[in-house]
Design a protein around this ligand. Structure first.
Ligand SMILES: CCCCCCCCCCCCCCCC(=O)SCCNC(=O)CCNC(=O)[C@H](O)C(C)(C)COP(=O)(O)OP(=O)(O)OC[C@H]1O[C@@H](n2cnc3c(N)ncnc32)[C@H](O)[C@@H]1OP(=O)(O)O
Length: 139
């Protein structure tokens, strides 16, 4: 049987989009970092990648297949990698991996992965077509 989580992954897939430090204020009652904080960093990374691809504003419409593989701890450097997946008319899937570089070490491991769907929106929040890659957005 194939396991959904590949613990043998050694290298992140995608572009490094967000890098930040997990701080004491982000901890849960167990002393680890809140999953919601990690999700927020991934949302921001996906948003940046989405804005670049859609050449303008985007919103998150769905979060799928989010898997928390290992905890993040205070002092870890969280690195979020993004990869654009399927692009539809106004929406796109962005695959995200969050890796933790453990506190005061060079050791890093994948802690969370997910697929987010972003929708390109116009100035009043309506879906707008995503430009063909490499072409300028129409005004
Ligand atoms: C140059 C570089 C600088 C970089 C520097 C940038 C820095 C700046 C970064 C900022 C980064 C911010 C990132 C924050 C991201 C949030 O946190 S946004 C806040 C949370 N999200 C929201 O509030 C969104 C609320 N939802 C909505 O407003 C509306 O539902 C939406 C998203 C506009 C869609 O409206 P709608 O009427 O449902 O639209 P509809 O035409 O039915 O569907 C549109 C598309 O969405 C798809 N869709 C709709 N629902 C779903 C669903 N549940 N699942 C999957 N797909 C769906 C449809 O299939 C369709 O896709 P296409 O076939 O066109 O490809």
């Amino acid at each position: 049987m194939t396991h959904a989580i590949d613990l043998s992954d050694e290298h992140p897939i995608g572009d490094l989009t967000v890098r930040t430090i997990a701080m004491p204020a982000d901890t849960n009652a167990n002393g680890d970092i809140f999953g919601g904080w990690v999700l927020s960093q991934m949302d921001q990374a996906g948003g940046i990648a989405g804005v670049e691809r859609a050449q303008g504003r985007v919103v998150t419409v769905a979060v799928d297949a989010m898997t928390f593989i290992r905890p993040v701890r205070v002092g870890d450097v969280l690195c979020v990698y993004t990869r654009i997946g399927r692009v539809g008319r106004t929406s796109m899937k962005i695959h995200l991996e969050a890796w933790a570089r453990r506190f005061q070490t060079q050791f890093r491991e994948k802690v969370t992965e997910a697929t987010f769907t972003f929708v390109a929106i116009d100035e009043v929040g309506r879906p707008r077509p995503i430009p063909v890659e490499g072409e300028a957005a129409s005004t």
